[in-house]
Design a protein around this ligand. Structure first.
Ligand SMILES: [Zn+2]
Length: 255
């Protein structure tokens, strides 16, 4: 691609005596804005549940066991490259990490562990779920997923009926709130401990896994290069236990 530089050139030091003319504002505001996506950027803060050994409390109600909490959400343009949606599934139920790289304008002082939710993209994931040992609740096992909605819940007996989508006179089987699925006692449901599938739509969420680096010489004129990893794959899905009736997975659907 060609980046046309016309006005507002600035001299940027590239070493002790070399300079290059670089129109940073045009690159930042026009190029990223034109070719990027809208992303919700949230700054990170380490949760206070961390122990001296460096491990978060997996049952922490504040961070959901991630060890990080987020604040100061704002929508900014970001270039994202290297997303592979086709190689995420290694085998049924086994996810491999999804990596990408991002670029944001120099004005945005992104830090390591900050979080980005891509507001203009979504994908469908099928969670091979297992009915809890007791109680009426189950959870989609991807605590980082920004869930937009549950599309279908099925097992070998067929499809269960979501509340609000039943036909006239039909008894709904379940309703959903974020990543929690609640079975309605009057309806059908899989037996405790049985397998079933939850098909849901969600936004991709990335976290910054390395300290951001300037694409130039760090003179505050160049955009930032970000190493990104999909948040959904950074924690074992098996750590959500909802059998006690209280979900321990954090609900991030609200962004
Ligand atoms: Zn915590």
């Amino acid at each position: 691609m060609t980046i046309t530089l016309k006005r507002k050139f600035r001299r940027v030091r590239l070493g002790s005596r070399k300079f290059v003319r670089f129109e940073s504002r045009k690159f930042d505001d026009t190029f990223i804005d034109k070719h990027g996506v809208r992303a919700v950027w949230e700054k990170s803060e380490r949760c206070n549940c961390y122990t001296d050994s460096g491990q978060p409390d997996y049952n922490c109600g504040r961070c959901g066991g991630f060890g990080w909490v987020y604040y100061d959400a704002r929508i900014i343009p970001m270039l994202v490259t290297g997303i592979s949606l086709t190689k995420q599934l290694r085998e049924i139920g086994e996810f491999v990490p999804g990596y990408a790289s991002g670029t944001v304008a120099a004005d945005y002082k992104v830090g390591q562990h900050d979080r980005f939710t891509l507001t203009e993209r979504s994908q469908i994931t099928v969670d091979p779920a297992k009915r809890a040992a007791s109680g009426n609740m189950d959870a989609i096992r991807y605590p980082g997923a920004a869930i937009m909605g549950v599309l279908a819940v099925r097992d070998h007996t067929g499809e269960y009926v979501q509340d609000g989508r039943q036909s006239e006179g039909q008894q709904p089987d379940y309703y959903t709130d974020g990543n929690v699925l609640t079975w309605i006692p009057a309806g059908r449901q899989p037996a405790h401990g049985n397998r079933f599938s939850i098909r849901f739509q969600h936004r991709p969420i990335f976290v910054v896994v390395d300290p951001p680096r300037s694409r130039g010489d760090g003179s505050e004129l160049f955009p930032w290069a970000l190493s990104l990893r999909r948040l959904e794959y950074m924690r074992s899905a098996a750590e959500i236990d909802i059998s006690g009736g209280t979900p321990t997975g954090i609900l991030l659907g609200g962004g």
